[in-house]
Design a binder for this molecule. Structure first.
Ligand code: NAP
Length: 281
């Protein structure tokens, strides 16, 4: 089948585009320069011009802290833009697979969030992603899957493991937040599942994140060990590392709807390291 990937130049979009071809589908990837999803007419033309059977929407405003200062600009992409994609895909008879976020939750729970849990975003970014889910469901009521995922890292973008590798090379001690817990999810693993879901869709919201859970501090320690860096990682609290946008303290995602499962975050880190080493060789 033909699958249109929006945001194809991004970290996840890049891997979804690659997985589409690997799984035997015809991939049409459009980067932000080629398609601005906030432009409804451009989305209509892109869908009409490519005639996809499914659209995987990886395009998003992902600057979580920047969204606090520019909530309308974030919403124009994450809410209105997502609605344009789903609406024009729906009118063209195509399925929309839309990517959403653990940041739609407030993080007050202490056991994994399932699809039916109440949302309550803490940040402008989280509110824009929740509004995007609602826009997608309204625009394509019978033809959408919304995949909530979390803490993405991948080879083709800026991500936490790359930051830790750089800082760990420069410093003897890193201070990393230990009171936020989530599921670091490797985009290479997620991309394969997203394409499979686009080809055999399930209607509605699905939680798809790496198995296991950890804090940023535990994740950083695993990255330092895997990278054989001579650097100590000490825990700090969120209060000791203030950022403009509040983050959920706990955002582990699990599915109550038989969503596809992913390998553990440790397996994701191993796969990430292998790909990074291969790219450097
Ligand atoms: N990263 C995470 O930890 C995380 C966690 C949970 C969910 N998600 C979701 O996963 C999806 C993919 O995120 P990612 O991590 O791959 O982020 P990313 O690397 O920032 O990719 C997003 C892509 O969307 C593009 N974009 C921004 N505005 C656009 C617009 N108006 N029209 C078309 N494209 C636009 C960006 O282009 P520019 O780079 O040129 O701006 C970028 O290529 C997003 O829906 C995000 O909300 C991410």
């Amino acid at each position: 089948m033909r699958i249109l990937v929006t945001g194809a130049g991004g970290m996840l979009g890049h891997d979804v585009l690659a997985a589409t071809g690997r799984l035997g589908h015809e991939a049409v990837g459009l980067t932000r320069a080629e398609l601005d999803i906030a432009d409804a007419d451009a989305v209509r033309e892109a869908v009409a011009g490519t005639s996809p059977q499914a659209v995987v929407n990886c395009a998003a405003w992902t600057d979580v802290d920047g969204a606090e200062a520019e909530p309308d600009a974030a919403a124009a992409v994450n809410a209105a833009g997502a609605g344009h994609v789903a609406g024009h895909a729906h009118r063209a008879g195509a399925w929309t697979l839309h990517v959403s976020s653990d940041y739609v939750f407030d993080g007050a729970k202490r056991e994994p969030y399932v699809e039916s849990d109440a949302t309550g975003p803490l940040s402008a970014y989280g509110r824009s992603k929740l509004a995007g889910e609602q826009a997608v469901a309204a625009a394509a009521p019978e033809r959408h899957t919304i995949v909530r995922t979390s803490w993405l890292f991948g080879v083709h973008g800026r991500c936490f493991p790359k930051t830790i590798q750089r800082l760990g090379d420069e410093r003897d001690i890193l201070h990393i937040v230990a009171d936020q817990v989530g599921c670091p999810t490797f985009t290479g693993h997620l991309a394969t599942v997203l394409v499979a879901l686009a080809a055999r869709p399930q209607l509605g919201v699905r939680h798809v994140a790496a198995a296991g859970q950890c804090s940023w501090c535990e994740f950083a320690r695993a990255i330092v060990a895997a990278s054989e860096l001579d650097c100590r990682v000490d825990p700090i609290t969120t209060d000791q590392y203030p950022l403009p946008a509040p983050r959920p303290a706990f955002s582990v995602l699990r599915s109550e709807r038989q969503a596809p499962t992913l390998p553990s975050w440790r397996a994701g880190l191993t796969a990430f390291m292998t790909q990074v080493q291969r790219a450097a060789a």
